[in-house]
Design a protein around this ligand. Structure first.
Ligand code: IPE
Ligand code: MG
Length: 237
């Protein structure tokens, strides 16, 4: 979710106003996802690298996160949404950590949209913490090194048990992954838009979904049409 600061600057407002406007875009996209029958939505709210922003901005972002959880959790729960937070949460205040745990526990049995909020998250962090857990299992003699494969690895990542994302959306004009879900994005369709996050509404989201619907996903294979043509050529049909 990128572009809050630029959205504010264009309106001669402080960056904080951009972040506040960004929470409305979150509401719109969560609602649109639930309505479109999307199973999993993962939002990158705060990266491991965002700590290097000015301290006032970091506090504001974490405070907004806390308040957004407090004010929205009941509505999410009513809508059968399951909330999870991924990332290194031990760096957060005790209050925020408690709020996260409460929100996760309240919604854990919900069967609708799975809403993952990546907070103090980094794709490399996720891979490293998975590697550490796996190494500990090997040290304890529970797992042999030879048994480590893609599936074992994925089972130790923060999004274990969830399908890999079909679509990645980055707003704000930058065309990079910026340490988001590095492992899981291997075959994900990437969509970049210049729309700044606070302007990313249901219509912009719809546009991203239609762009995705036009993509042909091959996962390293050849397309159906090419496979048939090849076969016909080989058999002289
Ligand atoms: C939001 O946009 C990203 C968050 C960390 C919440 P930015 O704050 O990166 O906005 P720009 O890139 O300065 O416009
Ligand atoms: Mg930015």
């Amino acid at each position: 979710m990128d572009g809050n600061g630029r959205w504010a600057r264009a309106r001669m407002l402080p960056r904080s106003a951009g972040h506040k406007a960004g929470t409305d875009a979150v509401d719109a996209v969560v609602r649109a996802s639930a309505k479109s029958g999307i199973n999993v939505l993962t939002l990158f709210a705060f990266s491991s690298e965002n700590w290097s922003r000015p301290q006032t901005e970091v506090s504001l972002l974490l405070d907004l996160f806390l308040r957004a959880l407090q004010s929205r959790i009941q509505e999410l729960h009513r809508n059968n949404i399951r909330l999870r937070v991924i990332g290194e949460r031990s760096a957060f205040s005790a209050r925020l950590q408690a709020q996260i745990t409460d929100a996760e526990e309240l919604t854990q049995a919900n069967t609708g949209l799975v809403l993952n909020i990546a907070a103090n998250y980094g794709g490399r962090w996720d891979i490293v913490q998975a590697a550490r857990q796996i190494a500990q299992r090997v040290e304890r003699g529970e797992l042999s090194a030879a048994a480590i494969d893609d599936a074992v690895f994925a089972a130790h990542l923060s999004l274990a048990g969830l399908p890999e994302p079909d679509l990645f959306i980055r707003t704000g004009g930058e065309q990079r992954i910026s340490n988001f879900l590095l492992w899981q994005l291997a075959y994900t369709e990437l969509y970049f838009t210049d729309v700044l996050w606070p302007d990313f509404d249901a219509a912009a989201f719809e546009q991203a979904l239609s762009a995705y619907a036009q993509r042909q996903r091959r996962f390293g294979r050849v397309s159906e049409g090419d496979a048939v043509a090849n076969e016909q050529q080989a058999t002289g049909a």
